[in-house]
Design a protein around this ligand. Structure first.
Ligand code: ADP
Ligand code: MG
Length: 647
């Protein structure tokens, strides 16, 4: 003889709460054949639901044997139980337990999603079932928009979705009015007539009377087992061909993604607030990197304006040397001697002082630079008008001046002609012979007014000292700047007997600035990453709250056949999605900030690198996984029975 569909022997279930052991099922023996319609009847608290949960593989007995078609279930592990659940059982609950965020059709389809049925087949079957249960027009309604009877019919459709042979209904009419309850019972009878095994749990004798076999339990023991139709044995099971077969995990990732979006949509505000930490974190990381890059490139372009292969020799030990003003060892003779060195293309001594520049009644503070005739060559200065002064002018201490565009505009107006005009620097008159083009950027900014005179003139007439502030050297094209800097150091040390000067070489500056901005960027990025971690902890926090809020949903999903890995995946995807969307919004925010910044600040822009944006996306995904894992695991680890009980 074939194995019975369900066979229980010696089933015990006890709950241990603290010190107390409560034995709810006290050794049940029970066999149910395919095609039976069984009512399990008993008073409230007699252990009916406990038995039902064990039958449906949601709960395990403390001891005893439960075999389904001869297959012992006590040794099966979680995924195998979930598979059996999907394949054999359809649950109907007293309180329907539909997922509130899904439409009726989607609710019906959930078991098939976990079974891996392809989308087309799923839709078709759900449509058919809803039609059969008189819910054609309601497929797109959410549970909240349906009456109790309609909801229970949706849940029946869901129980039928995977075409399981056994329908388990726990007080299916308990929450319904008489008419809806009657309808549900009629449907159950119909399903039984088709060959399905129907097991109804009820405390209501009238409901139990509709079954063909009534098993009475009281206080965890079977006290009666009778047939209402008087038939001696179970009717022969009509051969049923199942019309769906569990496939692989087809499309389950896409489904999980859809579920996650639905869940987020249902709690938009919360999702947004959760994202906020990520948004701010990502936006600041991207902005900081772009700021660092922007400032680095701007400084570097300023440096290249200085001329790529110039070296400046300054008096003193370093910038800010308080004695450098008093050091008078750097003299014109040094510059002249350097000019004879083979690696030098051009040399110019430089002195500078600030002075009031005046033309008629217009006055302004200007930086007066005393330079050699080769200065303009060394610096690569170009003229807007007029000419440079030459070596003769330097020798004769002529009072010819080259002024920059700022000075020209300040003293002569935008359209004024400066050439040939006499201006006063303090009390010293000078004739303007040339106007220099503005030098892009340049250290000290381009707001300064600069006036260039022969250094001889500045030394004798304005400063009254022979010492130099600096010597600018343009290195010959075929010589490396570093080598030249070394040679100049040795050369001047030889002349001075000591190193009372320092050398700034543009390569050095470039390197120093690059490394400084890199250090800054790394530092600020570390702070931004810390803020991201804080954001991630926020995500974890909210996800944990969300898990405890959705315990019932998780229970329902498990009851209809979700594996623990499905639940884990769903919550993980939600966390990743929150972080990813937050990341994308953060990047958008950063780009928006850059655009706004560009509106106000024209000579400096944020430079976004693709790598920092990619890193931001990767980072937010990683945060989602890292901080979503704990909540997702907590969700997946829930006990389905306890989860279902918490509604
Ligand atoms: P019924 O469905 O017949 O009303 P149940 O099977 O739900 O009864 O419960 C049977 C008994 O088991 C009750 O006394 C109930 O208090 C107890 N019980 C149910 N679940 C738990 C649990 N998780 N922990 C402790 N006791 C429980
Ligand atoms: Mg109950």
């Amino acid at each position: 003889m074939a194995e019975p569909l369900i066979s229980l022997s010696g089933i015990r279930r006890e709950y241990i709460t603290g010190e107390d052991r409560l034995e709810v099922l006290k050794g049940l023996d029970l066999t149910i054949e395919t095609g039976e319609m069984v009512a399990i009847m008993g008073a409230s608290g007699s252990g009916k639901s406990t038995l039902m949960n064990i039958l449906g593989l949601l709960d395990r007995p403390s001891s005893g044997s439960y075999r389904i078609r001869g297959r012992e279930t006590s040794s099966l592990e979680g995924n195998e139980l979930a598979a059996l659940r999907r394949e054999h059982f359809g649950f109907i609950f007293q309180r329907y337990h539909l997922l509130g965020e899904l439409t009726a059709r989607d609710n019906v389809e959930v078991p098939a999603v976990y079974a891996g049925t392809p989308r087309e087949g799923r839709h078709k079957r759900a449509r058919g079932l809803l039609q059969r249960l008189g819910l054609d027009g309601r497929a797109d309604h959410r549970p909240g928009q349906l009456s109790g009877g309609q909801q229970q019919r949706v849940s029946i459709a869901r129980a039928l979705m995977n075409d399981g042979d056994v329908i388990l209904a726990d007080e299916p009419t308990g929450a319904l009015d008489k008419r809806s309850g009657e309808e549900v019972l009629r449907i159950l009878e119909e399903l039984n007539a088709e060959g399905r095994t129907v097991i109804i749990v009820t405390h209501d004798a009238a409901v139990a009377a509709r079954a063909r076999r009534i098993i009475e339990i009281s206080d965890g023991e079977i006290v009666g087992d009778r047939r209402t139709d008087g038939a001696p044995a179970a009717p022969p099971a009509p051969a049923r061909t199942r019309d769906t077969r569990a496939g692989g995990r087809f499309g389950s990732l896409g489904e999980a993604l859809r579920m996650a979006l639905l869940a987020m949509n249902a709690h938009r505000m919360r999702a947004f607030l959760t994202m906020l930490g990520i948004i701010i974190g990502i936006a600041s990381v991207v902005c900081v990197v772009a700021l660092g890059e922007g400032s680095r490139q701007r400084v570097l372009s300023n440096i290249s304006d200085l001329g790529t292969n110039t070296i400046e020799v300054f008096a003193g030990k370093s910038f800010g040397d308080v004695r450098s003003a008093k050091i008078s060892t750097l003299v014109v003779a040094d510059a002249n001697a350097l000019a004879g060195e083979p690696y030098v293309a051009a040399v110019t001594p430089t002195v500078s002082t600030s002075s009031v520049a005046r033309y008629q009644s217009t006055e302004a503070n200007a930086l007066v630079n005393g330079v050699g005739a080769q200065y303009f060559l060394a610096k690569g200065t170009t003229l807007a008008a007029g000419r440079f002064f030459d070596a003769d002018a330097v020798r004769t201490r002529s009072q010819d001046a080259v002024i920059d565009q700022n000075t020209a505009t300040t003293l002569f107006g935008v359209d004024g002609d400066a050439i040939g005009k006499v201006i006063f620097l303090g009390s010293v008159p000078a004739r303007v012979v040339g106007v220099a083009e503005p030098q892009q950027g340049g250290f000290g900014g381009n707001q300064n007014l600069s006036v260039f005179l022969p250094y001889t003139t500045v030394q004798t007439r304005i400063i009254g000292s022979q010492s130099l502030r600096s010597i600018t050297v343009r290195v010959a094209d075929d010589v490396s700047t570093d080598l030249a800097a070394q040679a100049i150091t040795e050369f001047l040390e030889g002349r001075h007997g000591t190193k009372d000067f320092f050398i700034l070489n543009t390569d050095d500056i470039r390197r120093a600035i690059t490394s400084t901005t890199q250090t800054m960027t790394v530092l600020i990025a570390v702070i931004a990453v810390i803020s991201l971690v804080v954001g991630g902890i926020g995500v974890m926090n909210i996800m944990l709250v969300s898990v405890s809020e959705r315990v019932a949903e998780i229970g329902v999903r498990m009851a209809v056949g979700a594996r623990r890995s499905d639940i884990l995946q769903q919550f993980l995807i939600e966390a990743v999605l929150v972080c990813l969307i937050g990341g994308v919004l953060g990047i958008a925010l950063a780009l928006g900030f850059g655009a706004a910044f560009a509106q106000f600040q024209s000579n400096f822009s944020l430079i976004y690198s693709a790598s920092s944006i990619v890193a931001a996306v990767v980072c937010s995904t990683a945060i989602g996984i890292a901080f979503g894992y704990l909540p997702a695991q907590r969700a997946a680890g829930l006990d389905p029975v306890e989860a279902l009980a918490r509604v």
